[in-house]
Design a protein around this ligand. Structure first.
Ligand SMILES: [Mg+2]
Length: 217
């Protein structure tokens, strides 16, 4: 631990944080809205480590609200190699992430599960692992979330700002991902949709609402 004596409560192994937020109960077999964090929920300031510096990206709020409204879980899946690199520790992650969740709550939208992966080849000791199955573009965090919440992965969506987010979605068996300021493309049964202007955002909200029609309600 770089900045704490005791492991924060979300830590399930040296490089993986899994935190259930709130007590919302979901139907079995529902899809989820997976969200990358930095650059997707909040402005990415390169390894954010100051809770006071966190600024939300307002474009994501209607998507989270839609998932909340139709009763599907919102799951944050975030690579946090800054921990492996020694820039900050899990306690700092907890403070920053808590701030993100607080700011979302203040906007009336809610996250249900947070997974964070600290493993990275640049790290030392137990965190210094290349291509760890939990680190995006690998699907480990999505698969772990699916186990914990009994999710329908093929029906789930992921929103992210990096190709690694899309690849993690594809490898987890999702059918579509939404790439912030990216380019639309499709291959091997996985569609990447661009998330840029208001029409795109409306399309994402419609796609989420569409999930509700088959979501155990
Ligand atoms: Mg990101």
């Amino acid at each position: 631990m770089a900045d704490g004596q005791q492991a924060p409560y979300g830590l399930t192994e040296p490089g993986l944080w899994v935190e259930r937020v709130g007590a919302q109960v979901f139907a079995r077999g529902v899809p989820a809205l997976f969200l990358d964090r930095d650059g997707t929920i909040n402005v990415d300031t390169d390894y954010p480590s100051d809770p006071a510096g966190i600024v939300l990206r307002p474009q994501i709020l209607p998507a989270i609200a839609a998932a909340n409204r139709i009763g599907i879980p919102v799951v944050v899946v975030t690579n946090q190699s800054g921990i492996a690199r020694g820039y900050f520790g899990w306690s700092t992650f907890a403070a920053v992430n808590g701030r993100v969740l607080d700011l979302l709550r203040a906007q009336g939208v809610f996250v249900d599960l947070v997974l964070a992966c600290a493993y990275h080849e640049a790290g030392t000791g137990s965190l210094g692992i290349a291509d760890h199955p939990m680190r995006k573009p690998n699907p480990g965090m999505l698969v772990e979330a699916a186990k914990r919440l009994d999710l329908d992965l093929p029906q789930s969506l992921i929103v992210g700002d990096k190709l690694a987010d899309m690849q993690a979605g594809q490898r987890a068996g999702l059918a579509q991902g939404w790439l912030v300021d990216g380019e639309a493309s499709a291959r091997s049964g996985f569609a990447i949709r661009r998330l840029g202007d208001q029409d795109d955002l409306d399309g994402l909200v419609a796609a989420i609402e569409n999930l509700g029609r088959g979501a155990g309600s």
